[in-house]
Design a protein around this ligand. Structure first.
Ligand code: DGJ
Length: 730
């Protein structure tokens, strides 16, 4: 609920559990007064303290009042060059070369429903949303900034974006435009910053550090959101934990360069900014033109990380994913990549699919290697024609053979890329990103197509379309296997080269939107060498994303744990693969691999013909179990019961149905030890007043007991054992 106090120019955004407030103060500066547990409201600006602080300058309008300074005032959208020395949200460069920016409140409007951001991913929905738009202007620069706030009360979610319009008669340049600026004041909270970091095949590893004086930041300048840092961060109180304490999660719906920065200032007031990374960003706005920032979304929880995550999960599932199979089970899939890499024939694929079909697997995905002359990763990207040597008769011959097995067919593509050894590159070498007079840097021996250019996108889309129209294709895996370098576009003048990174992302979104529009029934899985572009922006176009190229069940415990802080289980691509694992060399039991992959989109990535009879039986029962439990797993509330980064004896998590009548607890034990201690696992999220049965066990137990006394852990023999408890209310 948004409450406007027109007289005092106070804007209060209430969600069910939180309150967010801003006010246009006596100098028309839009100050931030409060974000935290829900309070009754009123004008909370009394919380802001004013005092003369040395070297904190005073705006001219403050006259002789030395206590008023932009350097010490909490603001909604920070500026620079006129007295605020902290992290800026907006940096402008005018034609006269000045780099100043001073924003003052000029108006506001309130709307039912949710604003949209054409060309960009955004949360959507109907009457359950409200929108507040507050307009700020820089009179000298003749720039208008419209701050957009979307409020989804039930999910404690507030979205933000900024539309920056050149209202003057001269060109200007944007050097930075954040999506979110969040100021804290009063020094009342000692914050920790939580970020999710890693590398290829080990993504989203959680790091928690206290804020120190100065700026701490994570970000990406790789052109994608990256494996290395995720555009989701948490600021929390020192003692916040999984089920207690105040924490604020902030996600950027963006898949390119980003920066999340937290600053502990001179007065120990913290500021968080989140948005497009200012590295190589410079956007020219002609008179009348507007720039819209990507959307950011915040959830504040007063009950720890678990509740914050569950609110993000629900909001993402209900208001961000555009899933052709919404409300229905996604098919259990088998992908041939780890089984064959590039070395396959049609018969081999049918053989792999055949073994899978017998176990109830429903979708066969043909991965990399089916086009051009792609016998390895040195060639053919861009030549999206079936390799007749491997697949005689093309998809027209192969797909019916898969369909005859009772399976659907899916296909891998990497549309943003071109190999130097390809017909496309030979015809259009200038279509790849690259600066004049320099040879380009290769990544996985490939170049990046300039997706900022319409003609490039149109060509690639046309080729893709031919493939998709040539057979009954139900699924597309959209891969992207390198970071951007040599970022220069032949289609833009020198002064606009600072736009290429962002135009690339807009081009990508444009093409994904077209794909979504033209093929509303195709399920698209995002991928970037695994989880290199696992962000809320991509989820708008690809409702599931391959979580990591690392399929080792034990590493996956950590990767999926980190991913779960923002993103729902139903979006995480997770497969059972062969052992010893291709990435780690580790051997884990088939049961364990199944339990871990089941907390994801579930599938297999191996040749099941090579399994023992016992493994085949296990796979068959896993598939059956997943089909039985998919709704609970995908739509249930997710509880992290332990932290896999702590050296505990096991990792456990739980899904609970929204009515709390059913739950699935999954446990994976770590390295075995002799004479293990007696341990109990305390469950969560159950109804304390209901009694629960546990599948396969006699008797029933009250919810309050299971949550407080817990459930005795079995004492398995051997490393990396797993088991599940399926509970249902009497
Ligand atoms: C990277 C992906 O993450 C893998 O699953 C696989 O599709 C390869 N690319 C294929 O080149």
């Amino acid at each position: 609920m948004i409450i406007l106090d027109e007289k005092n120019r106070v804007f209060t955004l209430h969600t069910h559990g939180t309150t967010y407030q801003m006010k246009a103060d006596r100098h028309d500066v839009l100050v931030h007064t409060y974000y935290g547990p829900r309070v009754s409201g009123g004008d909370l600006s009394y919380l802001i303290q004013y005092a003369d602080r040395g070297f904190s300058p005073n705006p001219s309008g403050a006259g002789r009042d030395r206590t008023y300074s932009l350097d010490t005032t909490p603001q909604e959208y920070s500026t620079c060059g006129v007295g605020d020395f902290r992290l800026p949200s907006l940096e402008l460069e005018l034609e006269d070369g000045s780099l100043l920016c001073d924003l003052r409140y000029t108006g506001h409007r309130l709307e039912k429903g949710k604003y949209s951001l054409p060309g960009l991913p955004a949360f959507f929905g109907g009457e359950e949303w409200e929108t507040l738009a507050v307009t700020l202007s820089d009179a000298a620069a003749q720039v208008e900034v419209e701050l957009l706030y979307g409020v989804l009360a039930e999910r404690d979610l507030i979205t933000r974006a900024a539309r920056i319009t050149n209202r003057g008669s001269r060109k200007l340049r944007l050097r930075q435009a954040a999506s979110l600026c969040l100021d804290f004041h009063g020094g009342d909270r000692d914050h920790d910053l939580i970020t999710f970091n890693g590398c290829h095949a080990m993504e989203r590893c959680l790091d928690r550090s206290p804020l120190r004086p100065g700026i701490q930041s994570v970000g990406s300048v790789r052109g994608t959101s990256s494996h290395h840092h995720n555009p989701f961060v948490i600021l929390c109180e020192k003692d916040a934990g999984e089920d207690h304490g105040l924490c604020i999660g902030a996600a950027l719906l963006y898949s390119g360069n980003f920066q999340a920065a937290a600053e502990r200032t001179q007065l120990e007031n913290d500021r968080l900014t989140l948005g497009i990374h200012p590295f190589h960003f410079c956007w020219t706005l002609a008179p009348g033109e507007a720039f819209v920032t990507p959307e950011a979304a915040m959830v504040c929880s007063t009950r720890g990380f678990g509740e914050m995550s569950r609110q993000f999960h629900r909001a993402i599932r209900e208001h961000l994913l555009r899933d052709p199979l919404a409300g229905r089970r996604h098919p259990v899939l088998i992908n041939n990549w780890e089984a064959t890499e590039f070395d396959f024939t049609a018969d081999k694929l049918v053989e792999i699919a055949g073994a899978a079909a017998k176990l109830g697997i429903e979708l066969f995905v043909m991965d990399d290697g089916w086009f051009g002359k792609r016998d390895d990763d040195y060639s053919s990207l861009g030549d999206w024609q079936v390799d007749q040597r491997k697949l005689p008769g093309g998809l027209t011959a192969l797909v019916p053979r898969i369909r005859e097995l009772g399976m659907q067919f899916g296909i891998w593509v990497e549309p943003e890329m071109v190999s130097q050894d390809s017909d496309l590159y030979r015809q259009h070498p200038d279509w790849a990103l690259g600066a004049p007079g320099r040879s380009q840097t290769l990544g996985r021996s490939q170049l990046v197509l300039d997706f900022s250019r319409r003609e490039v996108r149109e060509h690639v889309y046309g080729e893709l379309k031919k493939v998709l129209d040539s057979a009954d294709i139900r699924y597309v895996k959209w891969d992207m296997n390198r970071s951007l370098t040599d970022v220069w576009s032949a289609a833009l003048p020198p002064e606009r080269q600072g736009e290429v990174y962002h135009r690339y992302v807009l081009g990508l979104y444009d093409m994904l939107e077209q794909l979504h529009r033209d093929y509303p029934n195709i399920l698209i899985e995002g991928c970037s060498g695994g989880g290199g572009r696992f962000d809320a922006g991509m989820l708008y176009y690809t409702p599931q994303i391959w979580c990591s190229d690392n399929t080792d069940a034990i590493d996956r415990l950590r990767i999926q744990y980190g991913t779960s802080f923002c993103y729902p289980v139903a979006t995480m691509g997770a497969h059972v693969s062969a052992v010893p694992n291709a990435q780690t060399g580790r051997t884990t039991p088939m049961e364990t691999r199944g339990v871990v992959a089941m907390s994801g989109t579930f599938g297999y990535e191996m040749d099941l013909n090579k399994c023992t009879a016992a493994e085949t039986d296990t796979a068959a029962s896993q598939v059956a179990e997943y089909k039985k439990l998919w709704r609970l797993i995908g739509e249930g509330d997710y509880y992290r019961l332990t932290d896999p980064w702590r050296d505990g004896p096991f990792t456990a998590w739980e899904q609970v149905s929204p009515d709390r009548r059913e739950a699935l607890v999954s446990v994976v034990t770590h390295a075995a030890r002799a004479t293990p201690p007696f341990l109990a696992l305390r469950l969560a999220g159950l109804d304390p007043d209901l009694r629960y049965r546990v599948e396969g066990r006699e008797g029933s137990w009250p919810g309050d007991l299971l949550m407080n006394g817990g459930w005795p852990m079995p004492m398995p023999v051997g490393d990396y054992q797993a088991f599940q408890l399926h509970l249902y209310a009497e």
